[in-house]
Design a protein around this ligand. Structure first.
Ligand SMILES: NC(=O)c1ccc[n+]([C@@H]2O[C@H](COP(=O)([O-])OP(=O)(O)OC[C@H]3O[C@@H](n4cnc5c(N)ncnc54)[C@H](OP(=O)(O)O)[C@@H]3O)[C@@H](O)[C@H]2O)c1
Length: 250
């Protein structure tokens, strides 16, 4: 085992499921002391069971300034300065421009864009020298997909935030980057009020457009996040690493 994050303190928001869970597991295998967040007691209990050796799994609403501040302060007090943050918590709510609800728009923008902004603000005073922050964008931020207006806009905003954060934080030695997954097999598609089979069929319908001929697995994304989080990416900053089997290139 290479232990690319040996002894590092790492936060994974939305670490109870999908990409966040796979990344938390990989960070732990690489020697990190990992804290994950989720939105409910039930999901954080599942994460604790799935990740033996996890430092904490906490309910922390990504939309709440008070929640993230309290969590970061507890981490600083108990674990010391924070080396790695994967700001990954996100929701997907579909709906065409004509039909999407304002409530869904607000939720997506609050969780997917404002959440990482709040988290970065809270983290800055508590980051270790050479810390790495990775945001989770999406290939949806560079293509027009019917029904993904709020989601694509939130992720495009996140891409912009990586650049601003780089301008502000890179001179202090803090690297901020994004991973940009293509369609990846996680529960996210079935959390939109869409029946699981329908969600799976919608995801599978994208396969013919993916040059590598398959959907992503959470572990595919986790490996890219590990690269950005680790010293292997010491000179990579302000970047968006696309992990999509080639979907956005053809
Ligand atoms: N799957 C894809 O195809 C894909 C593609 C591109 C980008 N992404 C991005 O990848 C990230 C992870 O998504 P995923 O596919 O792994 O989906 P997922 O399995 O549904 O996981 C989403 C995670 O976010 C957490 N979360 C949602 N709302 C939250 C809130 N208000 N407060 C705290 N935590 C909250 C969930 O916690 P609970 O389980 O506790 O609710 C869960 O841990 C998202 O940012 C998503 O936009 C996914």
């Amino acid at each position: 085992m290479s232990e690319k994050l040996s002894g590092k303190v790492a936060l994974v928001t939305g670490g109870t499921s999908g990409i966040g869970l796979a990344t938390a597991r990989l960070f732990m295998e690489e020697g990190a002391r990992v804290v994950v967040t989720g939105s409910s007691e039930a999901s954080v209990a599942q994460a604790r069971a799935a990740l033996p050796g996890l430092v904490w799994a906490r309910v922390s609403d990504a939309r709440s300034d008070a929640d993230i501040k309290a969590l970061v302060q507890d981490m600083r007090a108990e674990l010391g300065l924070i080396d790695v943050a994967f700001l990954n918590a996100g929701v997907l709510r579909g709906g065409s421009l004509a039909q999407a609800s304002e409530a869904d728009f607000d939720e997506v923008l609050d969780v997917d864009l404002k959440g990482p902004w709040l988290a970065m603000r809270a983290l800055i005073p508590h980051l270790a020298p050479g810390a790495s922050i990775v945001l989770n964008t999406s290939v949806a931020n560079e293509r027009g997909w019917p029904g993904l207006g709020a989601y694509s806009a939130a992720k495009a905003g996140l891409r912009a935030l990586v650049r601003t954060a780089t301008a502000e934080l890179a001179p202090q030695g803090i690297r901020v980057n994004a991973v940009s997954p293509g369609p990846t097999l996680t529960p996210i598609f079935g959390r939109n009020g869409v029946p699981a089979e329908q969600a799976e069929a919608a995801a599978n319908s994208l396969i013919p457009r993916i040059p590598l001929g398959r959907l992503g697995q959470p572990e595919d994304i986790a490996k890219a996040v590990l690269f950005l989080a680790s010293g292997d990416a010491a000179f990579v900053v302000g970047a968006e690493l696309v992990v999509d089997g080639g979907l956005s290139q053809v």
